[in-house]
Structure formats: structure tokens, C-alpha cells
Design a binder for this molecule. Structure first.
Ligand code: SAM
Ligand code: SF4
Length: 415
């Protein structure tokens, strides 16, 4: 979501005549787009920001802005703590980047924006084949560990015509894949609900792949599973964050489902969409998590056999429900549980990837591989990363023969 917010800010600046600088030293405007989901991201930003003090001293004309969730959370305090910052810009007010470009004087832009869902902002996208598309903003769920409802405000859905218009434009530019963005896409509602929106997007000529993040398990409906089974463009991959395998912890997290509810949905999904890849998010060391709770998560990973997980050590966020809970889990225990979950998942992922060896997979080419610039990289419909040899255009859909399965990727050659 933040990557796409950055694309929108760059799009607005481009429409004002600006272009991306080679380095921050050559820039007229520097914008930090910040994340406060965990403390580590926030600390990293604060130390980067400190480094720009001397740059501002040598070049007082450069405008420095802080956007995103840390900006929203710290607000005007940032301006007094770091006087070299000129603007503070919350995630609901991206369009005000225009004011920075137009030489407005220092201010903070943090108000609730009731018109957010009606805005159509240009985006400067770097990739040629796949694009992010916002379908809704904010979140109403208040999971007790999470800062998002406080920084991104209440849920607002974009009108379906506006979304479809943007996607038709992307198809005309040659994009083949879109990923729909929202904190809880399953509660999307405008003139249609989320399965209805998918039905409309599926009809857009030229868009061969549709993905979406993130789905909240409590709202993951049978109607959505039907839509995924029936609509040809919807990719065979779902990211469905479980967070914990313990019902006691899920309740404390205010997730509003039990492990059994979750598992029943996964089994139905696997029955209706054979071969679907499933990934998840897990938090290790939520307040009061016992060895028994943690073992429930271990059992869940073994039972569901995800294609991959994103696991995090619980990080208390100021002002959230969990931050004031008793029963902090010691840092070394959190770390130990996290590492064991990651190791367990690695062994599961490698087992799940092995059957791909010898098959031919449709891959959307993303460009040079990150691990080896001599090779290309892309993704299967099931969202597996494939590094491969042979010639292909960025943004093309091609067939790749899979020669080897690894833990975090597949390896192959153009078929
Ligand atoms: N909206 C999505 C959902 O409902 O699952 C995800 C939102 S969040 C940006 C992405 C992931 O970060 C969450 O699924 C959770 O696992 C993790 N996360 C959020 N807050 C956290 C915290 N305080 N400490 C550790 N991990 C956290
Ligand atoms: Fe955070 Fe929960 Fe909303 Fe996801 S659904 S953004 S985890 S509060």
C-alpha cells in the first residue's frame, strides 16, 4: 500500500512538471513515505531523517516532507522535533503534495479526508506488466495490536466505475495484471460488494490476472470463494492472515474468528479452487502468549501447510488496545518462537515447491532477477517467484519450464 501511495505522490509531482532525481542530493523535494506498523520501520525512518539535517543546512532551498503513518501519528510534533522538516502529510492527504510543489509554506496536512474515496490521483508506475490499484482506504477492525485504524482512518470504498475506469486505462497501456489494495478488501462496498467488483473487473479486456490484498478471514465469504472459482482472471493465490493458531490469543487480538472457522474456509477454498496457493501473516509473542498458545500456531502451520508466511515479532504500538495489556512476552522468547516458526515454514515451503519441478508455468515477466542480473524474474499465477534464463520482454506473459524448486523461489528456462 505504501509503495502505491509513493507512486501516487510521484504521479502528482510529475503532473506538476517534476521528475525523479538520481539521488536525494540532487532533489528539490524529498518525501519520506513512512510506515509505523512495527517499531523497527519507525526507528529506521527517524535515523534516516536525522541524516538529512546537514543536507538541509547546505541547501536550505530543498523541501523535506514526511508522509505516511509516522507523519499521521507524530503530527506536528515532527516539525518541532526535526526543524529541517517542512511538511507533514498524512496518508489521507496525498493530493496535497501539489501544495509542496507549488511552494506553499510549511504546514501539516493531517485532517480526515471525507472525499478520499472519490479522488482519482495519477500514479507514476515503474513496472510495465503489473499495477497496484486502490479499491478502499482505512480500516474499521481495530485488531488490538494494529496502528492502521488510527493512522489511515475509517473504511472508505472507491466507487466501482472509478476503479474499472482506472483498470481499463491500465489495460490500454499494456498492463496485464492488477493487484487490488485495501486493508480488508472483503468489506468493500459501493454499488456492488467485493465479489460483484471482481465480476466487473474480470470483464476488462487485456487484464489477464487479478490479485487482491488483504482479505480478513472473518469476512471471507462463500460468495467470494465462488467468484474466485468462476472468474478466469482471478489468480490462484490468496493471502489470508491467520495471526495465531490459539483461539484465546485470536480473541485478545479482536480478530473475531476461531482457528476452526478459519480452517473451514481454507478447506472450502481448496475444494473449489484446486491448486490454490495460500500465504499468511503470523505474530509471535503477543501479550500473554504461552508455550501452549505458541504450540497451537505451530500445529496450524503444520495442518494448513501454507505456501509461505510473513511472521513478525509482536511490537507494541502506542495507543492500541494491546499496548496497555499485561503479560509482555520477553524479547528473547518472542525471537526464539519467531525463528522456530520461520524454520518450520521453510521446510514446508520447500516440500510444497518440489512438485513444480518439471512442469511448465505461465510467468509474468518483471525484469532482471534480483539475485542474478543475467537472469530474468517473474511470478506464476500462484505468486511463486521464478528466476529464469532465456529472452523475454518485461511485462510479457510467457511459459517457463521449471528446472529446480528452492525455498523462496523456482528456477527455470523459457519453454
Ligand atoms: N489488514 C491486514 C490484515 O487484516 O491482516 C494486514 C495489515 S498489517 C499492515 C500487515 C501485518 O502486519 C498484519 O497482518 C500483522 O501480522 C502485522 N502486524 C500488524 N501490527 C503489528 C504489530 N504491532 N506487531 C507485529 N506485527 C504486526
Ligand atoms: Fe490492522 Fe486488523 Fe485493520 Fe488489518 S484488519 S489493518 S490488522 S486493524
Amino acid at each position: 500500500m505504501n509503495v502505491h501511495d509513493s507512486e501516487k505522490m510521484a504521479g502528482i509531482l510529475a503532473s506538476e512538471g517534476y521528475s525523479p532525481a538520481e539521488s536525494h542530493k540532487d532533489a528539490d523535494i524529498i518525501i519520506f513515505n513512512t510506515c509505523s506498523i512495527r517499531d523497527k520501520a519507525e526507528q529506521k525512518f527517524l535515523s534516516e531523517l536525522g541524516r538529512l539535517k546537514s543536507l538541509k543546512k547546505n541547501n536550505p532551498g530543498v523541501k523535506i516532507a514526511v508522509a505516511g503513518c509516522v507523519a499521521q501519528q507524530m503530527g506536528a510534533r515532527l516539525l518541532s522535533r526535526a526543524p529541517h522538516v517542512d511538511f507533514v502529510l498524512g496518508p489521507q492527504n496525498l493530493k496535497l503534495v501539489r501544495d509542496i510543489a507549488n511552494d506553499a509554506t510549511g504546514s501539516s496536512m493531517l485532517e480526515d479526508n471525507p472525499m478520499l474515496a472519490e479522488e482519482e490521483l495519477p500514479a507514476l508506475r515503474k513496472e510495465k506488466g503489473r499495477a497496484w490499484v486502490s479499491i478502499m482506504y482505512g480500516c474499521n477492525n481495530f485488531c488490538t495490536y494494529c496502528i492502521v485504524p488510527y493512522t489511515r482512518g475509517r473504511e472508505k470504498s472507491r466507487p466501482s466505475e472509478s476503479i474499472v475506469r482506472e483498470i481499463e486505462g491500465l489495460a490500454a497501456e499494456g498492463f496485464k495484471e492488477v493487484t487490488l489494495l485495501g486493508q480488508n478488501v472483503n468489506s468493500y462496498r459501493s454499488d456492488v460488494d467485493f465479489p460483484g467488483l471482481l465480476g466487473k473487473i474480470d470483464k476488462v479486456e487485456g487484464i489477464e490476472r487479478v490479485r487482491f490484498v488483504t482479505s480478513h478471514p472473518k469476512d471471507f465469504s462463500a460468495a467470494l470463494i465462488e467468484a474466485m472459482a468462476e472468474l478466469p482472471s482471478i489468480c490462484e493465490h490468496i493471502h489470508l492472515p491467520l495471526q495465531s493458531g490459539s483461539d484465546r490469543i485470536l480473541d485478545l487480538m479482536n480478530r473475531r474468528y476461531t482457528y476452526d472457522d478459519y480452517r473451514a474456509k481454507v478447506w472450502l477454498l481448496r475444494e473449489k479452487v484446486p491448486g490454490i496457493a495460500i500465504t499468511t501473516d503470523i505474530i509471535a509473542g503477543f501479550p500473554t502468549e504461552t508455550e501452549e498458545d505458541y504450540q497451537a500456531t505451530v500445529r496450524a502451520l503444520k495442518e494448513i501447510e501454507y505456501d509461505g508466511i510473513f511472521a513478525f515479532r509482536y511490537s507494541p504500538r502506542p495507543g492500541t488496545g494491546a499496548a496497555s495489556m499485561e503479560g509482555d512476552v520477553p524479547e528473547d522468547v518472542k525471537l526464539d518462537r519467531l525463528q522456530k516458526l520461520l524454520d518450520l515454514q521453510d521446510s514446508i515451503t520447500i516440500r510444497k515447491n518440489a512438485p513444480f519441478e518439471g512442469t511448465v508455468q505461465e510467468v509474468l515477466v518483471e525484469g532482471a532477477s534480483e539475485t542474478d542480473p543475467m537472469r530474468l524474474a517473474g511470478r506464476t499465477r500462484t505468486n511463486k517467484i521464478v528466476n529464469f534464463t532465456g529472452a523475454a520482454e518485461e511485462g510479457a506473459l510467457i511459459n517457463v519450464e521449471i528446472l529446480k524448486a528452492h525455498k523462496h523461489s523456482l528456477e527455470g528456462r523459457v519453454a
